[in-house]
Design a protein around this ligand. Sequence first.
Ligand SMILES: Nc1ncnc2c1ncn2[C@@H]1O[C@H](COP(=O)(O)OP(=O)(O)OP(=O)(O)O)[C@@H](O)[C@H]1O
Ligand SMILES: [Mg+2]
Length: 231
Amino acid sequence: MLSINNITKAYPSRTGNNPTIALDDVSFTIKGKEFVSIVGKSGAGKTTLLKLILAEEKPNNGQILFDDLDIHKIKSSQLPKLRQRIGTVFQDYKLFPSKTTYENVAYVMEAMGASKDEIERDVSQILGIVGLADRVDNFPNELSGGEKQRVAIARALIHRPDIILADEPTGNLDPYHTFDIIRLLVKIYELGTTVILATHDKEVINSLGKRVITLDQGRVVRDEEKGRFIL
Ligand SMILES: Nc1ncnc2c1ncn2[C@@H]1O[C@H](COP(=O)(O)OP(=O)(O)OP(=O)(O)O)[C@@H](O)[C@H]1O
Ligand SMILES: [Mg+2]
């Protein structure tokens, strides 16, 4: 499904010094539905890797195949279609403060020209899945951090993506809400979506018992089924 082949990414230096090698000959494949965690110290290249998968950055070397699509070779007009297949979740939620839970999820479908009936049906269903059926009319400032992250996850799910990329989704949450969100991501995986989770959280990784890819200075130093957090 996703093939990362010998990816190298260097960011040019602003001062004329050596470029920063964010990713150095990174390869791995995700065959079917999987829950994969990416771990590594700050600066190891986790976010860069997710940006490359989203085609927000281009690699200096290597290719990323999504099914048979070389995502850095497709036309820019095809990018929105690719990105609909990939849902994203970030540490800082990125919600519209002046929109309710319902509206924060619905606007994605409105932007695509879906009908009111379709929107109502899908948004209600997704908010049910993420456990926010009783928070539909609340604004973000009336929600807990965990609830805000659930809204963001609902929004990421609305296009029924093949993959969810989650970059430190529990970075701002206490341990209780952290596990709440991780359980939700596991549920989404069990319902059929591949989840790629970048995290610093040792307890989360060690409790998951799923595949772990460890990056160190832009290199894959470990790729283990039922991996543990070792830095
Ligand atoms: N836009 C950019 N321009 C220049 N250098 C960058 C840019 N983005 C990232 N870097 C550098 O690339 C390296 C990898 O950064 P990246 O953000 O991918 O790390 P990370 O593993 O996500 O770290 P963290 O855990 O702190 O989020 C770092 O050395 C960083 O300073
Ligand atoms: Mg990062």
